[in-house]
Design a binder for this molecule. Structure first.
Ligand SMILES: *Cc1c(COP(=O)(O)O)cnc(C)c1O
Length: 396
């Protein structure tokens, strides 16, 4: 790709590299480092955080730590006044270590051990999600008096990385868990949902918010319980190969849905993960091998030094399509992209159309864009002996 084209793509994909000078500095920065690695710019996370804050000022932003838990990102968000959504007590420890107050933390995993509920409670966490009666009983016993919100099951339709089925419950259970919470001395605080990760259909929020409204009404009219909080979850998309709406329009639209159904605004929580961090990362990788499976094969197989086990697990079923670029110029040729391990599932893209220059060479660098979310922590410890994905912090 010509340099001007590279800059164009980087800008379109929301990257922190925006000018020729940035690109030159970036190349200099990566020059002597062994691939693969992820370059993270925490300042890009700050920009994305502010975008939400400016376009939906009423919402409290709880960063879903699991999307990328590196300290430099957590610190920037702490500084910005962010709240945090944790999946485990280990993420809780990361936050406490950098001085985040437990009042700014929500335990957002519906699946938790009793000992972990107890640990979080002892550390000061007082906000817990649930989606089952057994879990409510555990919370009542090990985190007495805490605020509890119940998660509504959504379909995940429209999402490239759906979270459906496993989390949340149908409406009767949502209602019953809240009633039980009250009975057991907890505070039935509100409801939540997650419309599916990388959700590209904004209408999914509209429906889920309307469902939440229904539950607010039901609890008030039938049970005399005033819910106080609506948690509209994560799911905000990042810039991969498929187009998505402009960030500010998307957030304004979701805000409009909330205001349409809730004239009397409850406390609003939003839990972005991917949206905040994806565009803050670029993976630098190298071509290990190029081959064909027969002499007249129309496809080249291009093997990179990173694959599913090195951090790109979201390419399962080719769900998340990362933009991939390289500096070499030349006629674009359709390729099958695969990782370096001895596992045949370690193919990144076979059905999706990926093109690289026809005279791509072994040793060429490729840049995998929008890789700041769900890469570092998904990389395996040492499958086939490969070390976990490294990262470097980019400072301007
Ligand atoms: C993973 C997760 C999120 C973040 O989802 P994104 O799609 O990355 O925004 C938010 N809330 C909960 C409860 C989650 O499990």
């Amino acid at each position: 790709m010509r340099q001007e084209e590279i800059i164009e793509v980087l800008k379109e994909k929301g990257s922190f590299i925006r000018t020729k000078e940035d690109w030159e500095r970036f190349k200099n920065f990566i020059k002597d480092k062994e691939t693969p690695f992820l370059v993270i710019n925490p300042e890009r996370v700050r920009e994305k955080y502010r975008l939400i804050r400016e376009n939906f000022p009423e919402a409290k932003i709880y960063y879903a730590v699991k999307a990328n838990p590196v300290k430099e990102i957590l610190e920037i968000l702490k500084e910005e006044g962010s709240y945090f959504d944790i999946a485990s007590i280990y993420e809780l420890d990361l936050l406490l270590e950098i001085g985040v107050e437990p009042e700014r933390i929500s335990f957002g995993n519906t699946i938790k051990k009793r000992t972990h509920i107890e640990y979080a409670y002892k550390k000061g966490v007082r906000l817990f999600v649930t989606d089952s009666e057994e879990d409510v009983k555990n919370i009542a016993k090990y985190a007495p008096g805490s605020k509890v919100f119940s998660r509504i099951l959504t379909t995940g339709i429209g999402a490239d990385w759906p979270l459906s089925k496993k989390f949340g419950a149908h409406l009767d259970i949502v209602v019953d868990t809240l009633i039980l919470a009250k009975k057991l001395g907890l505070i039935p605080y509100g409801v939540s949902f997650h419309v599916g990760s990388q959700q590209r259909d904004v209408g999914q929020w509209d429906e889920a918010i309307a469902t939440a409204r229904f539950i607010f009404n039901y609890m008030r009219d039938e049970e005399g319980i005033e819910l106080k909080m609506l948690n509209i979850g994560g799911g905000l998309p990042a810039r991969y190969t498929e187009p998505i709406p402009e960030d500010d329009l998307l957030i304004k639209e979701i805000r409009r849905f909330v205001f349409e159904d809730f004239e009397d605004l409850p406390e609003i929580i939003i839990e972005p993960g991917r949206f905040l961090v994806a565009e803050a990362g670029i993976i630098v990788s190298e071509v290990v091998l190029i081959s064909k499976k027969n002499y007249i094969d129309p496809y080249n197989w291009v093997y990179l030094d990173i694959g599913k086990f090195g951090g790109l697990i979201e390419t399962i079923d080719e769900s998340i399509k990362f933009p991939i670029i390289c500096e070499r110029e030349g006629f674009p040729k359709r390729v099958i992209l695969a990782g370096p391990t001895c596992d045949s599932m370690d193919i990144l893209y076979e059905k999706s159309e990926y093109y690289l220059p026809e005279d791509l060479k072994i040793g060429d660098k490729v840049f995998i864009l929008s890789t700041g979310a769900y890469t570092l922590t998904y990389s395996s410890v040492s499958f086939n002996g490969f070390p976990p994905l490294k990262y470097y912090i980019w400072e301007k």
